[in-house]
Design a protein around this ligand. Structure first.
Ligand code: ZN
Length: 142
């Protein structure tokens, strides 16, 4: 009796894992694009100024949220790729700064230790502030 119950649970787990790839594929819709100016100063909720209105932003990862709260990026032209959420925010998956119509990836770098950090703050190694760097986005790649 017990063994049969265990088998039933195992069978349903196998079934769920077979369905998962199809479910994930259905979730990966193409990302929407928003171009505008990043506003970092509004009470910890980053905003995108786009066509004269302000779009509240959220982020897929805490690293990205912290990057969008970086005062050094205040007022910058940015190109965002993400998903409009039911709560009215735009959930950013990729952020680029724009210079002369070209896209740049944002990263944080410690020149003393020669290491890259995922978000603004102090270097994990030497505890000195990291530098914000912008690198040209490679073609056909995030
Ligand atoms: Zn360092």
């Amino acid at each position: 009796m017990k063994a049969r119950q265990i088998l039933r649970v195992l069978a349903s787990l196998v079934f769920a894992s077979l369905l998962l790839p199809a479910w994930l594929a259905a979730q990966s819709k193409p990302l929407a694009v928003m171009d505008g100016q990043l506003l970092t100063s509004k009470a910890n909720v980053p905003m995108l100024k786009i066509n004269g209105r302000e779009q509240p932003l959220s982020a897929e990862t805490p690293y990205l949220l912290h990057t969008m709260q970086d005062k050094r990026l205040e007022g910058r032209d940015v190109h965002l790729e993400g998903i409009s959420k039911p709560d009215g925010t735009f959930e950013v998956h990729w952020l680029y700064t724009v210079h002369d119509g070209k896209l740049f990836s944002v990263r944080y770098f410690c020149p003393r230790c020669n290491i890259v950090a995922l978000e603004p703050g102090n270097c994990v190694c030497c505890q000195q502030p990291t530098e914000l760097q912008e690198l040209p986005k490679p073609e056909n790649s995030h």
